[in-house]
Design a protein around this ligand. Structure first.
Ligand code: HEC
Length: 113
């Protein structure tokens, strides 16, 4: 009995730690991903390319393009908050913190290109 405990304990502790580390890291990232998926995917597509049918119809810009990425964080946050042409304003729907996370997420998508 005792012998068995000592054999198994280190492994289960390791598994617990691994799960903790993995889930906390994933949570920080998936918050922005979730907000994006809920509010932006319809027009900007899952990868930010704007290749979804409504994205194409509205000529949503490729968020990964250098044209968009060349703008400052403040400018991008401004477009999301106030909208731009067919791009709806999200200032009333999302908190400023969420919008900043979305800007960071836009940079992340571009880095994955
Ligand atoms: C109803 C469709 C629609 C939705 C939903 C939408 N967008 Fe857009 N978005 C557009 C269109 C269309 C443009 C292009 C506007 C233009 O420049 O004429 C745009 C432009 C942008 C730009 C500016 C690009 C640039 O440099 O001009 C950013 C940043 C952006 N969207 C981010 C987002 C984020 C983040 C969300 C989710 C919170 C979102 N959009 C939701 C349609 C949409």
């Amino acid at each position: 009995m005792r012998h068995k405990f000592f054999q198994c304990a280190p492994r289960s502790i390791f598994i617990c730690l691994a799960i903790l580390v993995l889930s906390s890291g994933a949570r920080a990232q998936s918050d922005a991903a979730k907000i994006y998926q809920k509010n932006c995917v319809l027009c900007h597509a899952i990868d930010g390319s704007g290749s979804s049918p409504s994205g194409k119809a509205m000529k949503a810009k490729d968020l990964k393009s250098s044209e968009v990425q060349g703008k400052s964080d403040a400018e991008l946050a401004g477009f999301i908050t106030q909208g731009k042409d067919k791009m709806p304003a999200f200032g009333k729907k999302l908190k400023p913190d969420d919008i900043n996370q979305l800007v960071a997420y836009t940079r992340e998508m571009a880095a994955k290109k």
